[in-house]
Design a protein around this ligand. Structure first.
Ligand code: ASP
Length: 468
């Protein structure tokens, strides 16, 4: 007999069916035992006599007859609440030990480290299951939408060289070239620009990015996912319109209960935002208590540089008075180029930020495609020859016919966390790291074996090693 899904049982009144799943709850009424069985499609009530002793969350296989429930026992909260299955055969496939964390709550009050240690169980929680399924739906929608618009989904390397975006890099030692390291990409920024040189014109990727920066509620430690987009022969207007259309369609399809405050999305210059709201990610909701309101706003005309104090010198970026406001590949506003030499802090960049309910959910820019301007920016941000050399490949690529190009990268975790009104980014990720940088379930980072280190030509110094 083939297994049927729990949601299908309600159509099978009078028939014998086989269902499988987890014991969600058991109510022992003496002679009769009632069980709620759960599979990926929902819950159904089973009823039987003289069943073996069994714990919640055990996996069972049940054969029985689907019977209509008497009118007064119908449970209208349950999709299958009009029926129950009268157990004829009950087989325990796998017993569950006592579950270390409650699963029938929203889980917010459980210590997060414990939740992440048992993440595979925590994910059985209805709220998390929902979040992860919605995430899959949203990503699938985005993939189809962009593919239909002629975008090509291209994977770029994880083992790469540094792409500074303002955070520390994660390094991976090379065995074949001892003493040398790969860096995990902070974003696919350079690769997507190289793909424009290759002539793809429209690229996207659901890309994993790696940044060793301090965690915050709206910033995951270690890795996160972004929808990376790049286009050739484009301008800021086209990038904004395309992104706006994509996310508006996505909301309507995947989150139909949500209302977008204003369409088309309002736009503010950086200066206006600062003047009016005191920050560059204003929350433009009319009613911040309404969980279904989504207020998008574009912020444009950012200053190209921010002033950098000595203590801010950030990793991989030069030691100079100026640091890029977005990143060093962002094009200056064409009207302001002459000011690059005179008054760099007055130069506007062709940067755009996508803001939702007070969170920056995406950013991008039109890129520099002229080697001379890129050189100038490198100089202004204080790159020495060695640092410049790290980007030689990009400047070299630009010597072989580079189209003007630009793009954007909305954060997938960031976006979902904001739309779902979640408490942290980790609530929309299947296996996030703890705030302390330990991986869920598997407890990395861990020490490497002597042999491994020897092969890599790495010596861990005593003092560092002792810390952990
Ligand atoms: N690479 C940028 C980021 O991760 C996005 C972009 O400029 O397209 O923020």
């Amino acid at each position: 007999m083939e297994r049927i899904l729990i949601k299908e049982t309600k159509e099978k009144v009078g028939e014998k069916v086989k269902v499988v799943g987890w014991i969600n709850s058991i109510r022992d009424h003496g002679k009769l035992t009632f069980i709620d069985l759960r599979d990926r499609t929902g819950l159904v009530q089973l009823v039987g006599k003289e069943l073996p002793k069994i714990s919640n969350e055990s996996v069972v296989e049940v054969v029985g007859k689907v019977a209509k429930r008497p009118e007064k026992l119908v449970n209208s909260n349950l999709e299958t609440g009009g029926i129950e299955i009268q157990i004829e055969k009950f087989e325990v496939i796998s017993k569950a030990k006592e579950i270390p964390i409650p699963l029938d709550t929203d889980g917010y009050d459980i210590e997060e480290g414990t939740r992440l240690k048992y993440r595979y169980l925590d994910l059985r929680r209805e709220r998390l299951t929902k979040n992860i399924r919605i995430r899959s739906k949203a990503i699938n929608f985005i993939r189809n939408w962009l593919t239909e618009k002629d975008f090509v989904d291209i994977e770029t390397p994880i083992f790469t060289k540094t792409t500074p975006e303002g955070a520390r890099d994660f390094l991976v030692p090379s065995r074949l070239q001892p003493g040398k390291f790969y860096a995990l990409p902070q974003s696919p920024q350079q690769y997507k620009q190289l793909l424009m040189v290759s002539g793809f014109e429209k690229y996207f990727q659901i890309a994993r990015c790696f940044r060793d920066e301090d965690p915050r509620a709206d910033r995951a430690y270690g890795e996160f996912t972004q929808l990376d987009i790049e286009m050739s022969f484009t301008d800021q207007e086209e990038i904004l319109k395309l992104t706006e259309q994509l996310f508006t369609d996505l909301i309507k399809k995947v989150f139909p209960e949500k209302k977008i405050t204003k369409e088309p999305w309002p736009r503010l210059t950086h200066a206006e935002a600062i003047k009016k709201y005191g920050n560059d990610k204003p929350d433009l909701r009319k009613d911040t208590k309404d969980p279904n309101e989504l207020a998008f706003v574009w912020i444009v005309d950012f200053p190209l540089f921010v002033k950098q104090e000595k203590e801010d010198f950030y990793h991989g970026i030069g030691k100079a008075k100026y640091a890029p406001s977005h990143h060093m590949f962002t094009a200056p506003h064409p009207d302001d180029i002459s000011m690059l030499d005179k008054d760099p802090l007055k130069v506007r960049g062709l940067q755009h930020d996508m803001v939702l309910n007070g969170h920056e959910v995406g950013g991008g820019s039109i890129r520099i495609h002229q080697a001379e301007i890129q050189e100038k920016i490198f100089k202004l941000i204080g790159f020495d020859d060695k640092q410049k050399k790290q980007f030689e490949h990009l400047l070299q690529a630009f010597e072989y016919g580079v189209p003007p190009h630009g793009g954007i990268a909305p954060g997938i975790d960031r976006f979902l966390y904001t739309v779902l009104g979640e408490r942290s980014l980790r609530e929309v990720m299947a296996f996030p790291m703890t705030a302390g940088g330990t991986t869920a379930v598997m407890d990395a980072p861990s020490r490497a074996g002597e042999e491994q280190l020897k092969e890599l030509g790495i010596k861990v110094t005593e003092s560092r090693d002792k810390k952990k």
